[in-house]
Design a protein around this ligand. Structure first.
Ligand SMILES: [Zn+2]
Length: 156
């Protein structure tokens, strides 16, 4: 079967059996690096568009609406609200978790965008879209410039 034919039955899908040696390096980018360095200091930084006045979180280097270069970094608070969420009952391998994990999209107050992160210190029956939350940082000595320097968001 030529590769350009449309596959209509899943048993026709060709598969590669074995390992493919691929190496890659992913960088957080210019804005991402500054954002992550600030997390290590316990700060959440956004970047403000001089034209639209939106504060973007996660930060970016240009405005997607007016294409302005974004260079005004602002420290924003750690308070926000749950935009949406899901409950995980299995791990990435499909194994059941002992306790469900909650992953949410959190919009930090006054910003455009959001962070996907874990929720903690919350019961499932207390959870709703719009729940006010605040970031809980790891202790300073444990931070390493990662999004996980925020341990989770809790109601607040
Ligand atoms: Zn703009």
């Amino acid at each position: 079967m030529p590769l350009i034919e449309r596959i209509t039955k899943l048993d026709q899908v060709k598969a590669w059996h074995g390992d493919i040696p691929i190496e890659s390096r992913y960088t957080s980018g210019l804005a991402g690096e500054r954002f992550l360095r600030a997390l290590k200091e316990g700060k959440i930084l956004g970047v403000k568009c001089p034209e639209c006045e939106f504060i973007y979180l996660p930060p970016r280097i240009f405005c997607p609406y007016c294409f302005s270069s974004l260079e005004e970094w602002v420290e924003i608070g750690n308070q926000g609200a749950v935009e949406t969420y899901t409950v995980l009952n299995v791990d990435l391998d499909g194994n059941p978790l002992q306790e469900p994990k909650i992953v949410a999209l959190v919009n930090i107050d006054g910003t455009h965008g959001g962070l996907v992160h874990f929720l903690g210190e919350v019961e499932l029956d207390e959870l709703y879209i719009g729940l006010p939350v605040e970031a809980v940082f790891k202790p300073e000595k444990e931070r390493e410039g990662s999004i996980l320097d925020i341990r989770y968001f809790k109601p607040g």
